[in-house]
Design a protein around this ligand. Sequence first.
Ligand code: SF4
Length: 271
Amino acid sequence: MIPCPAASLPLAQSRLHLSLSCLTVSTYMDERSIFTPMNLLQTLHDEMHACCRCLEAGYAIVPGAVFSGKQVAERRVMLIGQAPGVTEAEVKRPFNAGSGRRLFQWLGEAGWQEDAFRARQYMTAVTKCYPGKGQNGKGDRVPSKAEQALCRPFLEREIALVHPRLMILVGGLAIKLFFPARAKLQDVVGTAVYFPPAALTNPVNFDLSTGDWMRHNLPSSLSALSPDGRLVVPLPHPSGASLWPNKPANQALIGRAIQLLHHIRVAWHLT
Ligand code: SF4
């Protein structure tokens, strides 16, 4: 078993517990001792870096959470992928390799340059450690439901602290956080869900029924939306191992999603 690096971290970093729905702090012994969002985010990141829950539960992950985004104030977009790949785990950079090239091509068409997006926005994943190779040795293992559940509290705390206005879901695992498990990619790519401000009194809201699943006339309806709400936009996984994005009908859906992201970026000043 790979040794858990958590053992070498200061004890104080493991003593912060947030109530996810209301962000109350039950215990706080960290020497930083200031309840600013930045400090809370830093504490969360320390915990994520040190976490070995999946390893301790018997899953052959490589511990060392991969995410990016060290500030809160300017983070208005949160991009959620499936899990880091091996190169992402090596350099600790989300979407670092081939998948990243295709993803940032899409985001570039929506108006975000890669360097600026990486610098200003928040990138994370459903599970944050490299899950290892799949059984056939081709491609990476899809994290199990148990691993997703183990990592879910981290994702919920990230959402509560970053409070993104736009969430971009990349790939099936992230999409299923919001959309019905039976929904196919072709049902959701090119659509969006809008959560009005009232739905975000709980900042961690995955309940699609409290949002408006918009499937038609998206750009024209954007101007009517309060920018204090949240939009959720799905994209397929950009991995070269997936053939889905190559089919012409699906490329049209991806084009629609990119157009939608472009309109949101402009309308809500998400630079
Ligand atoms: S995937 Fe998440 S829960 Fe599992 S060890 Fe990594 S950080 Fe911890």
